[in-house]
Design a protein around this ligand. Structure first.
Ligand SMILES: Cc1ncc(COP(=O)(O)O)c(C=O)c1O
Length: 430
């Protein structure tokens, strides 16, 4: 049965104007941010982190600056003053303004950008929407994020068992970009059924910058679409999304751009617009993608509405150049402390492939903590829980590693604190 036309016309309830109501186009107060000093000063003034903790894991959930929390709260209060006007009148306007700001930031046309809650949703939406044919295959890698590996598994076993999953085992040591590109070339040549490649821009937790442009070319040569999982990229790497040449690109903004959590973007090449569907069919069925994504039932838009303000914050404190100059300095210092002084190793990859804000430290073998996935949190707790530190421990290629994240609020004292705890633990446990 055809979609009811009058229902469709009625459904377009997102109103252009309403008597007596005006959008409050808030602006973030950026006073004092341009000369904020990184390290303890910005931590105390601009972030809500507890004084007693050493926070060296921005990479998982980030932390939201106070000014962003304030502006998020203003939207929350505004919504409760008149919920109907918010959902029917204000929210779409705010989402549009934020989408425009994000599109400008990533060098994209606004018509190719959708805002949604997180990278996991974006990737699920894309994989489930794509019109795979029986016998087609999807490619992920041993370096893909765990949740996304699960998604590939679930999709190809439960949802579309007629689609195959192929997993590339990226071989180590990696001696340069070329060797990664060659591994993609080989697997695509040997598996012509691969029609979609899920490609990380920065792998997590291994923190490797993948040569995405070259891999995109190889995939396209072999007839495969490229969907980039850039969860860690925006805010950490220079990013002009259309220039990468991928088909789809998604990144979290609640990691390195400081947005309140539940905020990511999905960019798509215009040629794919026809097959992309939101996870929920709702009132806006048949209308433009931005409307369908906006209205997937009553939901929370404020985190991605705040992306516009997060960009104001990010830019005001100095933007990518100043932030990465600072975090790179910390990373250098970390190498000096953990490698030169403690005698530990990092992951053996060329420096050009190391993510600027995340570094890995390899732990020695501990008899009490056999190297297995199940023992990871046990080791994490034993190492850090009593010391008010949160750094991520993970198992990779038969060894445990600690991933250290660097942000503008970290300083050398944080590194020294973590190093002392690790040294004491190693002395006691090897
Ligand atoms: C590479 C990668 N992909 C996807 C995700 C999932 O992000 P989210 O939990 O915000 O959906 C993460 C989170 O850390 C990640 O690192």
């Amino acid at each position: 049965m055809a979609q009811n036309d009058s229902l469709r016309k009625y459904a377009n309830y997102i109103m252009e104007s309403y008597p007596g109501s005006n959008h409050r186009d808030y602006e973030l107060d950026t006073a004092g941010l341009s000369n904020a000093s990184f390290g303890k000063e910005i931590r105390d003034k601009e972030f809500a982190l507890k004084k007693t903790i050493t926070f060296i894991n921005h990479g998982s959930y980030g932390t939201v600056p106070r000014r962003l929390l304030d502006i998020q709260t203003r939207y929350l209060w505004e919504r409760e003053e008149q919920p109907d006007l918010w959902f029917r009148f204000h929210a779409k306007h705010y989402v549009e303004r934020s989408t425009q700001a994000v599109a400008d930031f990533i060098g994209a046309d606004v018509s190719n950008v959708l805002l949604l809650s997180n990278t996991t949703s974006a990737l699920n939406i894309i994989v489930r929407s794509y019109p795979f044919k029986a016998g087609d295959a999807i490619l992920d890698t041993n370096l893909s994020y765990g949740a996304i590996k699960n998604m590939c598994y679930d999709f190809t076993t439960r949802i579309r068992p007629d689609v195959k999953r192929v997993q590339l085992q990226v071989n180590f040591p990696i001696d340069g970009e070329e060797s990664i590109v060659e591994q993609y070339e080989d697997i695509l040549k040997n598996n012509p059924a691969i029609k979609m490649v899920i490609l990380d821009h920065i792998t997590s937790p291994t923190s490797i910058i993948m040569p995405v442009r070259q891999i995109v070319d190889v995939c396209h040569k072999h007839g495969a679409l490229v969907v980039i999982d850039g969860a860690h990229a925006v805010g950490q790497l220079p990013l002009n999304v259309p220039e990468i040449g991928a088909d789809i690109y998604t990144s979290n903004m609640h990691k390195w751009l400081y947005t309140p959590r539940g905020s990511s973007f999905l960019w798509f090449d215009s040629k794919h617009e026809s097959w992309i569907n939101p996870s929920n069919t709702s009132w806006q069925l048949g209308l433009s993608l931005d409307k369908q994504f906006f209205d997937q039932g009553t939901c929370e838009h404020i985190p991605f509405i705040c992306a516009r303000h997060a960009l104001e914050f990010y830019t005001a404190i100095g933007g990518l150049e100043k932030i990465v100059a600072y975090t790179s300095e910390l990373a250098e210092k970390a190498k000096e402390i953990f490698v030169t002084e403690l005698g530990l190793e990092t992951l053996q990859i060329p420096e050009s492939l190391e993510a600027p804000n995340m570094k890995l430290i390899k732990l020695p073998a501990f008899p009490k903590f056999p190297r297995s996935l199940e023992r990871t949190w046990g080791l994490q707790n034993a190492l850090f829980a009593e010391n008010n530190i949160f750094g991520i421990v993970f198992l990779f290629s038969g060894s445990f590693y600690v991933r250290l994240s660097f942000q503008v609020y970290n300083d050398v004292d944080d590194l020294r604190t973590v190093a002392k705890v690790m040294r004491d633990f190693i002395d006691k446990n090897i």
